[in-house]
Design a binder for this molecule. Structure first.
Ligand code: PEP
Length: 258
């Protein structure tokens, strides 16, 4: 059975002091939410301190990127081994900002995905279409291409140790959330595509929705049968909003168990 996951992506925001203040505000309410799973993906320099603050809690540590290479002369790179050393459980791979701003290709994202797995991290593979692609009716083709790059490089079974995040680029940081029906349609497509090759794997795969999720719309999104939680950018920096989203995940789990 899939369990809802909410992961905050703090992006390149804040300071050590603001990260600590945010944790101080979210940790007490989150400690009472036992049904779903939670994580925060912190900037590299703060991973160790954030990891220390999360120790023994129900919130896991994640990073926002990983180098596609193992180790060596890659100035500025941060390896999967280093992230594991810092106590990370999750790492974002192929976020649309990495793809569009830093020119990451599907193949580079797939190599990063492989590095994460090699070091025992759970990659959160971000896929999603740009507005022009949605308007051209190519949403499914785009997410299939992004997913297939990972399958081609590592094999279908590697998805069993990962999380997929469907993040329509037009919804990221724009305030334009996909409707629950739009999100559900793409999530169902992703699951069906994997199920065609391996139904058990597809049924167990956690697929998050990301793109302007807020406290006010999280419950409707998480109520969709193929939406297994959220990847949260802007709202993860606002304690009350993030806690409300985490409560929505807990609520969805409670409803599912009735
Ligand atoms: C993200 O960056 O992954 C994201 C979903 O951002 P936002 O929630 O701000 O749209």
């Amino acid at each position: 059975m899939r369990v809802k996951l909410v992961a905050g992506n703090w992006k390149m925001n804040g300071s050590l002091a603001s990260c600590q203040a945010l944790l101080k505000a979210i940790m007490p309410p989150l400690s009472a939410l036992k049904r779903a799973r939670y994580a925060v993906c912190a900037p590299y320099p703060y991973l160790a301190a954030v990891g220390q603050a999360l120790k023994g809690s129900n919130v896991a540590l994640g990073a926002q990127d990983v180098c596609q290479f193992e180790d060596g002369a890659y100035t500025g790179g941060v390896s999967g081994a280093m992230l594991a050393d810092c106590g990370c459980r999750y790492v974002l791979v192929g976020h649309s900002e990495r793809r569009s701003v830093f020119g990451e290709t599907d193949e580079v994202a797939a190599a990063k995905f492989a590095q994460a797995l090699r070091h025992g991290l759970t990659p959160i593979l971000c896929i999603g279409e740009a507005l022009a692609e949605r308007e051209a009716g190519t949403t499914e083709a785009v997410v299939a291409r992004q997913l297939d790059a990972v399958i081609r490089q590592g094999g279908l079974e590697t998805l069993a140790r990962s999380v997929v995040a469907y993040e329509p680029v037009w919804a990221i940081g724009t305030g334009k959330t996909a409707t629950p029906q739009q999100a559900q349609a793409v999530h169902a497509y992703i699951r069906a595509r994997i199920a065609a090759a391996d139904r058990r794997l597809a049924d167990a795969l956690v697929i998050l929705y990301g793109g302007s999720v807020k406290g006010a719309n999280a419950a409707q999104l998480f109520a969709m049968p193929d939406v297994d939680g959220g990847l949260i950018g802007g709202a993860s920096l606002v304690a009350d909003e993030f806690v409300a989203i985490c409560r929505a995940a807990q609520g969805a789990e409670e409803t599912a168990r009735i």
